[in-house]
Ligand binder design. Sequence first.
Ligand code: ZN
Ligand code: ZN
Length: 111
Amino acid sequence: MTVPVPVVHPPLLGGDLWQQVAVERADGRCECRTQCGNPHKKDNGACTRLQAPGRPLHLAPRTDVLIHRAAGLPAADLLALCLPCYDGLDRLRRKDRRAFADQATQPEPLF
Ligand SMILES: [Zn+2]
Ligand SMILES: [Zn+2]
């Protein structure tokens, strides 16, 4: 059986940037430091999952920005995350946004 050559598609951004962040800087290892909401206790607060064929790292902005802005961010503002961490972070941010939106739609008290 032949093992297929790992084809790792950049999920969101250009391949150059992805290469720079996920491969050159992160060395194929998830850069999550509990941002996803998982304390990663057994790994001392850092996710150590390596990317693998079919399971590439995903790039996420370090701070919550809208997706069309995220595409213009430099490598320094991006994190390379494994899928569970990316999903966790995404979930947390959605929750934050919802909470913020709920707050914003609260009617102003009249008195
Ligand atoms: Zn991770
Ligand atoms: Zn994580």
